[in-house]
Design a protein around this ligand. Structure first.
Ligand code: PHE
Length: 345
């Protein structure tokens, strides 16, 4: 076949190929086949020297026209295929479908309850104080009237870093730190993590407490009772009753444990004929320990002896379990989203 007719037959073949190309990939293959550096047009052109000199200009012109038209055809086909692809995507797209909601995080129930507790005490005039979770024996025990070998230490075994450095067993060391750093009068609440060598259904090696401390002149147990009553009514509702039961802590004297009337049965101890499962039929649930700051603690921080004050400490998970009716403490630390997302703000 002579070169001119080879050139002429290129165009209908290309048109046929373009019609058949059904994707951009196929189109690109076709472009390489016809217009690539070693493509069919290039091969025809490479035979130019074989033509007689007088035939070359006309052939060259024709080849250029073919090349330009081919390029234009490719471009047109590419636009068509792009438009078809877009139309297909649009056909699948239903603008009336509800959008996909992004997965929003939610605050951990511990965080929510701590914020709620600190918010209530904030309105009552308390500041927030914090202290380290890795604590020295002196602040965790000794300054709180628990010298070495004191039997009360047994109840709060913990993880020791060295003989004198440990993971704090309660937030009470922040009482000591606060009194060393500030002059009275003062009122603080201390939210934070605490650690104990404990692990069963109702105890985890780490849990959260909120400590409270108020120190000034003529602070009495009546103030303690009034503040705690306002607090439990804020968390559990205005009808909640409060009861003090005498107790013991080395760093408070006198000491008490506080019970609230059971919010599930309203203090009756039963629901219809069934014994109440929250208070186990007693009508009361224990929620915290408290007392008047022991003079030995004031002495340890060099506070004058004419001061008085109260302190309390409560378990955050315990409050959350009571408030939300959660039966298993371990839920708090298993990071199961089905549990955690139920408490979203
Ligand atoms: N620190 C005590 C505990 O963890 C609670 C407490 C705090 C009691 C303050 C009295 C006063 O058990």
């Amino acid at each position: 076949m002579d070169l001119i007719s080879a050139l002429e037959s290129l165009e209908p073949e290309l048109e046929k190929g373009l019609d058949q190309a059904s994707s951009l990939d196929e189109l690109e293959q076709l472009r390489i086949e016809f217009l690539g550096r070693k493509g069919r047009l290039a091969q025809i052109m490479s035979q130019l020297p074989e033509l007689a000199a007088e035939e070359r200009p006309a052939f060259g012109q024709k080849a250029n026209v073919v090349k330009e038209r081919a390029n234009a055809s490719f471009e047109k086909r590419r636009d068509e295929l792009l438009a078809a692809r877009e139309a297909a995507a649009l056909a699948r797209f239903d603008a009336s479908m509800p959008g996909r909601k992004p997965n929003k995080g939610s605050l951990h129930p511990d965080t929510l309850i701590m914020e709620e507790i600190c918010g209530i005490f904030g309105k009552l005039g308390f500041d927030i104080a914090q202290g380290p979770e890795v604590e020295i024996d002196h602040y965790n025990f000794e300054a709180l009237n628990m010298p070495p070998e004191h039997p009360a230490r047994d109840m709060q075994d913990t993880l020791y870093i060295t003989d004198t450095i440990l993971m704090r067993t309660h937030t009470s060391p922040v009482q000591v730190r606060t009194m060393l750093a500030r002059r009275p009068p003062l009122a603080v609440v201390v939210p934070g993590k605490v650690y104990r060598r404990d692990s069963d259904l109702t105890h985890t090696p780490m849990f959260h407490q909120v400590e409270g401390l108020m120190v000034g002149k003529k602070i009495t147990m009546a103030h303690l009772r009034g503040i705690l009553t306002a607090f439990v009514r804020g968390v559990f509702g205005p009808a909640t009753q409060v009861r003090f039961r005498q107790s013991f802590f080395p760093f408070t004297e006198p000491s008490a444990e506080v019970d609230i009337s059971c919010f599930l049965c309203g203090g009756a101890g039963h629901l219809g004929h069934d014994s109440c499962r929250v208070c186990k039929g007693t009508g009361w649930v224990e929620i915290l320990g408290c007392g008047m700051v022991d003079p030995a603690v004031f002495e340890a921080v060099n506070y004058p002896s004419d001061l008085s004050g109260f302190a309390f400490g409560l378990g955050v998970e315990r409050i959350a379990m009571l408030k939300y009716g959660i039966g298993d403490l371990r839920m708090f630390f298993e990071n199961d989203l089905r549990f955690l997302t139920q408490f979203g703000a």
